[in-house]
Ligand binder design. Structure first.
Ligand SMILES: [Zn+2]
Length: 511
């Protein structure tokens, strides 16, 4: 039989400036209950967005166990979760976990940067609900996204928090596996000692890649210390657009009982981040500059193909995934050979499906959108291909995972620029989002993706790092912090308060 481990998950990255995420959005994007959760996690092409597949694999590899799957959902990145829905979800977990008792352990798949329309620490609420039911002796382990905004309560109510180490995120399953291995240690009697420091830095989201810069250096240094007394080191980048008291970078060090070792390492890494804060800066290209570079690439096939990130309208950061400023600039300038992926526009996709492949018509983009930043655009269009939008990712963040874009269409605008339109709001992670429709990414002279950084792991074998640039367009996830009307981030915080001082606290232990 083996130990009974409850499995549950709730994942949302909240952009406080985006429309509220309701139950319908969660159910549309990912919703599994009971045995379907384990069946998906053990599938060769899971839909699971987090660490669950790796957690189950680690448990399967290390002996008998009995999964007790409760419920699992995510809405990706969106606005604050509608409070009534979140409360119902917590009540559902409460009811099912009580009914499943006794359990020997709990695994929670969380994002960590959720905000409710009322509750400013939904993960803390969920974790404390679980803890109150199972009691202090049962191990509770959770995985977190690298962009989690961590509260002290989240650390208090769990035995171990394991955050992703890579941005772009390609290690969800590996971190779940790590959580599963740690679960076996905790079940065998190991007790954890935890240290937690929140560092008052609000970095632009584009300055948090894990293979470079001060953030990458802190993550790498932390990993060299794992082993012996140190069970896990998690350095979290934070998600700035939460705009609430949990904002700030975090360091969590979890030791095998050795509180002193946890404290010392957490303080050291927090000090490193603070001392290097001046290096958290974005390097953006203006739309005009991107357009002129793209024109050059259009006209000279000897020049390398270019990849531009429309990072401010990244649906993975709560953007609407449909702004048209860069597209309009490229169309006006006469760019050829470029593609845009992916624009969320359900009415336009429906029209393309209705008219059929080969149809030519005047397309109106964003006719169903109310956000003022998502400007309408009219262009002559030809329907090149349509699809149901069901794909399996090729590599990177969704490599090997089943993924739904909803009904999709490839339209050629003004006979020159190819655009992929989808119906379920997502960022562009993967070449399959274009190629399943017939667009050959390697043949393009340029590509504009609605994504902040995860695209890098999906396109890095086609576009060299030096030909990838972030473009300064409009959108709800702009990396230009001075344009955001912050009301909730804790102050002072760097760089909004550039003259502030701060020192690492002496007491960082969390009981
Ligand atoms: Zn993330």
């Amino acid at each position: 039989m083996g130990p009974r481990i409850a499995l549950l998950g709730f994942m949302l990255e909240t952009n406080a400036f985006a429309p509220v995420a309701d139950e319908a959005e969660f159910r549309q994007k990912h919703w599994l209950e009971g045995d379907d959760i384990v069946a998906d996690a053990r599938s060769p092409t899971p839909r699971d967005p987090g660490g669950l597949s790796g957690f189950c694999r680690a448990m399967d590899e290390s002996g008998p166990w009995e999964p007790v799957p409760l419920a699992m959902t995510t809405a990706g990145a969106s606005g604050p979760v509608e409070q009534g829905f979140f409360d119902r979800f917590v009540a559902l977990i409460d009811e099912r976990l009580r009914a499943a008792l006794p359990v020997d352990g709990v695994y929670i798949q969380a994002h960590g940067a959720c905000r409710g329309t009322v509750d400013l620490d939904p993960e803390g609420t969920l974790f404390s609900t679980v803890r109150a039911i199972v009691g202090p002796a049962v191990p509770v382990v959770a995985t977190l996204d690298l962009h989690a905004n961590v509260s002290r309560k989240m650390v208090e109510e769990t035995d171990l928090l394991v955050a992703y180490l890579t941005n772009p995120h390609t290690d969800h399953a590996d971190r779940g596996h790590e959580a599963g291995r740690a679960m076996r240690e905790l079940l065998a009697g190991v007790k954890t000692a935890k240290a937690f420091v929140r560092v008052p830095i609000l970095p632009p989201q584009v300055a948090l890649l894990s293979d470079r810069g001060p953030y990458g250096e802190a993550i790498a240094k932390g990993q060299t210390r794992v082993g012996g007394p140190i069970l896990n080191v998690s350095v979290l980048g934070n998600f700035s657009f939460g705009d609430y008291p949990k904002n700030g970078m975090s360091v969590i060090v979890t030791a095998r009982g050795d509180q002193g070792a946890a404290n010392a390492l957490a303080r050291e890494l927090a000090g490193d981040l603070w001392n290097e804060r001046h290096r958290f800066t974005p390097r953006l290209l203006s739309i005009e500059e991107a357009t002129s570079r793209m024109l050059e690439a259009s006209e000279d096939p000897a020049k390398p193909a270019l990849l531009f990130a429309d990072c401010a309208d990244n649906p993975g950061g709560g953007g609407r995934g449909n702004t048209t400023a860069i597209l309009k600039s490229f169309l006006d300038a006469g760019v050829t050979g470029a593609a845009f992926a992916v624009h969320t526009d359900p009415p336009l996709v429906a029209e393309a499906h209705r008219r059929g492949v080969g149809a030519r018509f005047t397309a109106l983009l964003n006719r169903g959108e109310t956000d003022p930043g998502s400007e309408r655009l009219e262009a002559q269009a030809e329907v090149m291909q349509v699809s149901d939008g069901e794909i399996v990712g090729r590599r990177g963040s969704i490599g090997g995972r089943r993924f739904s874009l909803g009904p999709s269409a490839w339209l050629r605008l003004e006979g020159r620029i190819d655009v992929v339109f989808i119906s379920i709001r997502h960022q562009c992670f993967d070449t399959e989002m274009l190629e399943h429709l017939g667009i050959e990414v390697r043949a393009l002279r340029g590509l504009v993706v609605k994504s902040r950084g995860h695209f890098r792991a999906g396109f890095d074998d086609i576009f060299a790092d030096e030909h990838i640039r972030e473009v300064d367009g409009p959108g709800l996830a702009t990396p230009v912090l001075s344009r955001v009307k912050w009301t909730g981030v804790p102050r002072p915080i760097w760089p909004l308060d550039p003259d502030m001082t701060w020192r690492v606290p002496d007491d960082v232990a969390v009981a």
